[in-house]
Unconditional design. Structure first.
Lengths: 441, 284
């Protein structure tokens, strides 16, 4: 089964071979971990530990702050050094627990215990996925249990396990599929059971032929599974684009995948959910790709949530002298970092380090109306007009031009000959529009 | 030839005559009653359509005043003169309002004294910059200096100093509060125009953190609090804040070890501007 076409998209240099051949290596425990209490999209969790508390691996340190929220667990056993605001990799400072590991790495009672399949009904599985702090590990960190709770009037028929990994440089999902295919499929089967679908599609871009073969072998003997070989185009892994490419269905503007009967979950999320259901291990570690020409030894690292960027970089042999930029995530959607003291989160799929000659400094010129951005926008928006509206502070007009449907993939900025910081404009305007809506009640 | 021209002229003249009668009648029948005071009030208002009153432009406010949905002193820009002129039209008395308020940027941490955490090369706008780790300044409360407030000011009262700081001219400031709303850091505050002593810092960071980020930050030492009558300067979470209801002696500025407290007399903005740059070693 070969699938591909959605409208638009770009072909950036993928540069995945730097790390794709590197087997996942578990990183030894660092000296301290910075665990943010906001590890998911939605409400942050509420801290339930304080300075000086002893914690065990897997112990809940932050309780769920609402329905669209997940608990946060201690990634290892140790002592809480402090609970305070720390620089975060995604924006402003966030409240975090700084945990000093005691080196014993002892599980809290009840965790890391194999669970039988008896008594595992849908609600129980959903509850466990929430309790395990499972969030979308493709980067958006949307709480998984919420995605698994479609209203009863939505008829679900397809589950897509997203292994497209269209973001350049990153190879974390690729390695998970190669090395942990069974967990991914078992996790997928659990998701399918919860939402009661029979059709499970594993979507992989064609630039990962080894992952396609591995998955094809792994699904042999399982019913309902297919592997879809996706065309190599960015943003193939974006939820709405992937759904269209595979099923031909369009998620309506402002809608969710469940509106067209589809659930999309990242491969890492599926594996993490399986770990939780089968072994009662909450989400406290993940595979991170540390790559780019700036790092001495690009690696795929299995690291604890909260591992500081500086520790990850050190584990990968440090940086070359002229390294100029560190990006949390991939180069298309990631955020450039200013501090190595931030800790990785459940959504940190990779760190990309770039050298000076790869980092451009641009001056934003006026829009020349060439229309390149209209050709590549996978949401068929008009980025050119949007950016001009926003420059003139006409946020109402931008909203009318469906700004809120922008998925911030960055294709428009990638092709813009005037080097306009399109996504930055859009994020700013979205924030303004949301604030206005909040003020209006 | 001539007759053809004349014919055309006659026809058009006749049409014009008919149309004008038609319009005259329509104007009588469909006349909309408007209060003549609306126009007079609108003329009395400043006419800049800044929207600071919350109504759509000066005509919107004029209509609201005449319909008694707004008060005669509701134009924050016009001041007492406008208010009394409007009151006269409305046949009301205007007793004189409160003191004139002007906007002030409570930060003097320009590029010379305040350090930066990273190099920002994004959209040149404070709201955009604030989305990325809260901006490039080490001090998370500091003026980002990209001029969003200057763009929002309808009166050209805000100057962006080359050193990366917004400076508001109290002479030009009309107190419309547009800049107050535009600042993503929320560090522009309204102060009484007659007052001279100001604390130009908004940082609630603890002393050590604040000092590291900016050489003119309030470090919460409380020297000023002790030098003035009780309650004239109060501590709010490591930041000294002036209580403008009380008189404050100008000498208190000498007490401040960080030069955070400034004295700005009316009319010496230009001097202050130069003074600020020389004081911090800039190229005035």
């Amino acid at each position: 089964m070969s699938k591909g076409a959605f409208f638009g998209g770009v072909h950036p240099s993928y540069n995945k071979d730097m790390a794709s051949g590197q087997a996942v290596i578990e990183m030894p425990l660092p000296k301290e971990l910075i665990v943010y209490f906001s590890q998911n999209l939605g409400a942050p969790s509420n801290p339930v530990v304080k300075k000086g508390d002893e914690v065990k691996k897997g112990q809940v340190i932050g309780e769920s702050g609402g329905f669209v929220s997940t608990p946060v667990h201690a990634p290892t056993s140790g002592v809480v050094k402090t609970v305070e605001n720390r620089p975060s990799p995604v924006g402003a400072d966030m409240i975090a627990a700084v945990i000093v590991p005691d080196g014993l790495d002892e599980w809290v009672e009840g965790c890391n215990v194999e669970r039988g399949s008896t008594g595992l009904n849908r609600e129980k599985i959903k509850g466990l996925i929430h309790d395990g702090g499972i969030v979308g590990m493709g980067g958006a960190t949307f709480p998984t249990h919420v995605k698994l709770s479609p209203p009863p009037d939505k008829k679900m028929d397809t589950l897509i396990i997203n292994g497209a990994e269209c973001e350049p440089y990153l190879t974390a999902d690729h390695r998970v599929m190669l090395e942990d295919a069974e967990s991914v499929l078992d996790g997928a089967a659990l998701f399918a059971g919860v939402i009661d679908v029979k059709n499970i599609v594993i979507a992989i871009e064609k630039n990962k032929p080894d992952a396609i073969i591995t998955m094809q072998r792994a699904i042999a003997g399982r019913s309902g599974f297919t592997v879809a070989e996706m065309d190599v185009i960015y943003p193939q892994g974006a939820e709405k684009q992937l759904i269209y490419a595979i099923t031909g269905r369009k998620v309506p503007a402002g809608g969710l995948p469940m509106d067209v009967g589809v659930l999309v979950q990242n491969v890492g999320t599926a594996a993490a959910a399986y770990e939780m259901i089968r072994y009662n291990r909450p989400l406290i570690q993940r595979v991170v790709t540390v790559t780019g020409s700036g790092i001495k030894h690009p690696k795929n690292v299995l690291a604890r949530v909260g591992t500081k960027f500086s520790d990850l970089i050190e584990f990968c042999g440090g940086v070359h002298g002229d390294t100029a930029k560190l990006i949390n995530g991939g180069p298309m959607m990631g955020i450039a970092q200013h501090s190595l003291d931030a800790g990785m989160t459940k959504g940190t799929s990779g760190l990309v380090l770039l050298r000076e000659d790869e980092v451009g400094q641009f001056v934003s010129d006026p829009c020349i109306r060439c229309g390149n951005c209209l050709d590549v926008c996978p949401m068929t928006l008009n980025p050119s007009a949007l950016s001009i509206f926003i420059e003139r502070m006409r946020f109402d007009d931008a909203e009318e031009y469906n700004l809120m449907d922008c998925i911030e993939c960055g294709c428009c900025a990638y092709v813009c000959p005037s080097k306009r910081p399109m996504v930055h404009h859009f994020r700013r305007a979205k924030a303004e529009i949301r604030n206005k809506a909040k003020k209006a009640g | 030839m001539l007759s053809a021209m004349l014919n055309a002229i006659y026809v058009l003249a006749a049409l014009a005559l008919v149309a004008s009668f038609g319009l005259a009648i329509a104007a009588r029948i469909f006349a909309v009653e408007t209060d003549p005071r609306i126009e007079r009030v609108e003329e009395a208002l400043p006419g800049v359509n800044c929207g600071a009153c919350g109504f759509p432009g000066c005509s919107g406010l004029a209509k609201a005043i005449v319909e008694e949905k707004a008060g005669v002193a509701d134009c924050p820009v016009g001041g007492e003169n406008t208010a009394s002129a409007v009151a006269e039209i409305m046949g009301l008395s205007f007793a004189g309002g409160g003191e004139k308020m002007v906007a002030m940027v409570l930060c003097r941490g320009d590029d010379e004294v305040a350090s930066k955490r990273f190099y920002y090369n994004g959209v040149s706008d404070c709201s955009s910059a604030a989305l990325i780790f809260g901006g490039d300044k080490s001090c998370s409360y500091g003026c980002l200096g990209l001029g969003t407030c200057a763009g929002a000011c309808p009166f050209g009262a805000i100057e962006m100093l080359p050193s990366g700081l917004a400076l508001i001219d109290p002479e030009k400031c009309t107190g419309c509060t547009k800049c107050v709303d535009s600042c993503p850091k929320g560090i522009i505050k309204m102060v009484p125009a007659s007052r001279t002593v100001h604390i130009l810092c908004s940082s609630h960071d603890k002393g050590g953190v604040a000092r590291k980020a900016c050489k003119t930050a309030c470090i919460g030492c409380q020297k000023c609090v002790k030098a003035v009558p009780e309650g004239a300067i109060v501590m709010d979470n490591f930041l000294a804040v002036i209580n403008y209801d009380m008189e404050i002696p100008e000498e208190v500025a000498d007490e401040c070890p960080m030069n955070t407290i400034v004295v700005r007399r009316q009319g010496d903005l230009a001097a202050t501007s130069v003074d600020m740059q020389t004081a911090v070693g800039g190229d005035a």
